[in-house]
Design a protein around this ligand. Sequence first.
Ligand code: ADP
Ligand code: MG
Ligand code: MG
Length: 211
Amino acid sequence: GLDAGDPLRRGLEAAAARLLQAEQELTDLDREVGDGDLGTSLSRGARALLEEVADYPGQAGPAAVLRAASATVRRSVGGTSGPLYAVMLMRAAAAVPEDRPVGAAEWAAAFSAAVDGVQEIGGAAPGDRTMVDALRPAADALAADLASGLDPWKALQCAVTAAREGTQATADVQAKLGRSSYLGARAVGHPDPGAHAVTLWLAAVADALGA
Ligand code: ADP
Ligand code: MG
Ligand code: MG
């Protein structure tokens, strides 16, 4: 099993708990610009993860844990978000070292690789009004701030700020991809729900790891 004090477990649980808490908010937002299922989808995944996380193979290291989390998400989350989150976790797993403790810069590189995966599979670039508008700036900020010597916890806070700003910017953009693209100008004024979800869980992870 995976130790309750393991930082990766604490991060996964914090993200899941925040998404559960935000179920209604994400439903309402996805109803405005999409089909309204995002809150339900992500909550299903969050619940499944909270149920299964204690049984993840902690002894096998973070890569194995991330692969297990990806399997949980693939099984429990539908829509567009399910496969994209599953890929995100798989790519992160592939990027972390299997056989030794993972350092801050390696976590940042894994996050960046995870976002690369989402962009490859979903075909979205920043500015297309998707979750990539939160993920890409957050991953880039984290890597850049760590490289310039910033304290890891402060770098994570800056990544959250970058995600939040990226999400806010989506409110001014017409979607090119995903369901809200069908709405055209009607989506303008509402932030992209998937980007908003990213900002919520990333902020929760940062709080959990900084505390
Ligand atoms: P749907 O109901 O449209 O299948 P979800 O409700 O699960 O999808 O997720 C919607 C979110 O998925 C959007 O708000 C957006 O952030 C994200 N999304 C949609 N298309 C893409 C894409 N091609 N690449 C990355 N993210 C996307
Ligand atoms: Mg939806
Ligand atoms: Mg849907």
